[in-house]
Design a protein around this ligand. Sequence first.
Ligand SMILES: Cc1cc2nc3c(=O)[nH]c(=O)nc-3n(C[C@H](O)[C@H](O)[C@H](O)COP(=O)(O)OP(=O)(O)OC[C@H]3O[C@@H](n4cnc5c(N)ncnc54)[C@H](O)[C@@H]3O)c2cc1C
Length: 429
Amino acid sequence: MALPHTGSYYAATANSYAPFPPLAESIEADVCIVGGGFTGINTALELAERGLKVVVLEANRIGWGASGRNGGQITGSLSGDVAMAREFRRTLGEAADDYIWNLRWRGHAIIRARVAKYAIPCDLKNGHVQAATKPAHVAELRTMHAEAVARGMGADISFVEGEALRALLEVPIYLAGLHNRRNMHVHSLNLVIGEAQAAASLGVRLFEDSEVTRLIPGKRPVVETARGRVSADTVMLAGNAYHRLGRGRMRGVLFPASLGILATAPLDAATARAINPLDVAVYDNRFVLDYHRLTADRRLIFGGGTNYSGRDSADIATELRPALERTYPRLKGIGIDFQWSGKAGIIANRIPHLGRVAPNIFYAEGYSGHGIATSHIVAEIMAQAITGTMAEFDVFDAVKRLRLPMGAALAHQALALGMWYFQLREKLR
Ligand SMILES: Cc1cc2nc3c(=O)[nH]c(=O)nc-3n(C[C@H](O)[C@H](O)[C@H](O)COP(=O)(O)OP(=O)(O)OC[C@H]3O[C@@H](n4cnc5c(N)ncnc54)[C@H](O)[C@@H]3O)c2cc1C
């Protein structure tokens, strides 16, 4: 039985659409995709644009997972860029650095073009600040700025401190920031709903309330739901942190971490102008970061911290309020209208996990909390691979993976310990 959307700001303000029916028959397709988030929907859209017959099966509603509940920030962060550089040099050699730099911005272009092409109403806006709370982080921002300028992005990105920073954000704890005018923010549930409707307009058959309970490999793999089945030339698994099918080759690589997030009551226009006059999205420069932005109806969405236990936090608003009020003292005591959590797929080296469990069964998952732009890039790479152009897919598939061959509870403890180590290292800098 399908679960309704979580009680988020996004669900409360989602564009309405005629729900897609549950699968209740036996059908054929070129490609069957399991999971109706950004990864699954955009791979379907890309494949339909290339002329393939595609089916998408979503257990709950389109965008029910992380795609419909996130911070809405579309940034050039790849999360695992240091490990990526090391790993990708093994396959790409000297070209790896340029490849990674271009990856940073490729998802932005895909999203901008898709929103324009299919006229998707999703409050897409440019403007972002990456903020430093410690002197060591200020130095990191200076290095990032220098690289952006050296790569010809100087017109889109400025290093700001002092008065220039205060003019952007009324946040006393920030020492400096990178103001990036190419990064964007978005109503992410409306984006994925619009993309699903675009896919449907191209002939993709989408089914909600259709959890895949069995995957039968073979020359033509079959997936089964409670009341139907799909047989296809190719199956792609795109269930990310919510994926529970027999994981086989995927086992022990992705860990679901629970991220809490809230939306305040709407701010009056003067308060919104005072704290964030250019309406930029913001995150800080820490390993486990706080992130925030204003919505179209002037609520502050604020997220931060991560629960690596595999369980959701009991009272997110109480946990996040001190950080919110430290960030924006003017909002002390503000009402909180929505609080919710979602599961992000964390990978130990933070490089997205792309691969195959059989020659005709692909998977793509694990953007470690930075997945809006990345999922759109990955969808393009998966569509290329499924239609026979393997070069980019092979770069990701060749990445060495740390596998934790243990049960879920132990793996969560190992992950928590690893994250604690990185946070401690950061505190000591
Ligand atoms: C609280 C939070 C804040 C975040 N903030 C940001 C941000 O600001 N910027 C950013 O870039 N990224 C952010 N992320 C990460 C980003 O949202 C994800 O990386 C991205 O949405 C992953 O998309 P996906 O399609 O791979 O997975 P999901 O969106 O999780 O979709 C997976 C879907 O598969 C379905 N499914 C699973 N198993 C089955 C099955 N057996 N049968 C059928 N369907 C199945 C699920 O129901 C689900 O709808 C955040 C994540 C969270 C949780």
